[in-house]
Design a protein around this ligand. Structure first.
Ligand code: UDP
Ligand code: MG
Length: 346
């Protein structure tokens, strides 16, 4: 980690250079409208002298299979918009990380927001007020979950309950609408894990933070890109990244079952010695066998989940690869398959 030799320039807090980070995947239905609205918002913030004139937007195309990238190409005609095209779909969290890492040292603060306009973009002003007052992290927390379907509401409540029981520190209903100062972005870069759960990791950074509550609208166009599999993977990743409690639960469960079967065995021996009652029946043999079989499979599954994680971390594969970068009508292609370094571009 590098340390600054001079005190931080607080002027960056007065007229900060903002980077808006917007990941997207197959968003052709809404993208043109989103680009327009985000650009208008950025211009307004500049006109009101809330952010500096060189503030910019970064769209991250997370390996879209539809015409999203063409739409970006047709609409990017200003110096203040950049589009990164990842080599394949790596998921929302990694796409977000690609954008956040791209803007380190290129801005004073970055705000990440979804591309589908569900999150109230006018709250950006409030995020910036907190930044100007010295906060390095501002968490956007949704006021309610009215816009979600029944299943999403139920499953997210279950997820937060589990995280609470397992003792994982997490802010309920905080999605990835948040502000990070350049300092927080640098700190985030120190977390090298491949399986990234940004909502948890950001809390590990520390620094002065605040919360902004916002409304979530229903999606106007397109469908949610978070499939059930993607949601499950995010939840499992969240739990296994921050808690080893499931492994402890297995240990305690195993111990309790062993203890219970020991007591049951002693009871059986006593019955055999001191009474002449009938031989134990089918149920008393078969039920524990199935029960223990189930517990064993579950335990192996949980251990496997952690082991798989260690396996992935030990390979340390790149979390994303940037294939192309679009900056004001110029397109930069990746050469040699090596990870593209942002310093080559400017
Ligand atoms: N997204 C992404 N990669 C993915 C899935 C989603 O970049 O693999 C983007 C998506 O385009 C959107 C944001 O992540 O901008 C949130 O996704 P979505 O709106 O589908 O999630 P929901 O609001 O339904 O939870
Ligand atoms: Mg959405």
């Amino acid at each position: 980690m590098k340390f600054a030799t001079t005190p931080p320039l607080e002027s960056v807090r007065i007229l900060p250079k903002l980077a808006l980070i917007i990941p997207l995947y197959n968003e052709e239905e809404i993208l043109a409208k989103s680009i327009n609205l985000f650009c208008t918002k950025l211009d307004r913030l500049k006109q009101k002298n809330i952010i500096s004139l060189d503030s910019f937007i970064v769209f991250i195309d997370d390996g879209s299979l539809d015409s999203s990238f063409d739409i970006l190409q047709n609409h990017i005609n200003s110096n203040n918009i950049v589009a990164l095209a990842l080599s394949k779909n790596v998921g929302h969290q990694n796409a977000l990380l690609a954008g956040l890492q791209y803007v380190i040292d290129k801005c004073d603060c970055a705000i990440s927001i979804d591309c589908d306009l569900q999150q109230d973009i006018d709250k950006i002003d409030e995020f910036l007020v907190y930044f100007k007052n010295g906060c390095d992290i501002v968490f956007g927390v949704r006021k309610d979950r009215f816009s979600d379907g029944l299943f999403k509401k139920w499953s997210s409540n279950l997820f937060y309950k589990m995280m609470e029981i397992l003792g994982v520190k997490i802010i309920k209903n905080h999605a990835d609408y948040r502000l990070l100062s350049n300092k927080a972005l640098g700190f985030l870069g120190e977390f090298k894990e491949v399986n990234l759960f940004l909502r948890g990791i950001v809390l590990e950074i520390g620094l002065k933070s605040a919360i902004v509550y916002f409304d979530v609208k229903k999606r106007e166009l397109g469908r949610s890109k978070y499939s059930l599999a993607k949601m499950m993977s995010l939840a499992t990743n969240g739990i296994t990244s921050f808690s080893i409690a499931p492994l402890r639960i297995i240990f305690v469960l195993g111990f309790l079952i062993a203890l219970a079967s020991g007591i049951f065995g002693i009871y059986g021996i006593c019955i055999a010695i001191f009474s002449d009652s009938a031989v134990p029946g089918w149920a008393s043999v078969v039920v524990p066998v199935y029960f223990l079989g189930g517990i064993e499979m579950l335990s192996l599954g949980i251990i496997g989940e952690y082991l798989g994680k260690v396996y992935k971390e030990s390979k340390a594969r790149p979390r994303y690869l940037i294939d192309k970068i679009l900056i004001s009508n110029k397109i930069y292609f990746q050469k040699n398959g090596a990870k593209l370094k942002s310093k080559n571009l400017k």
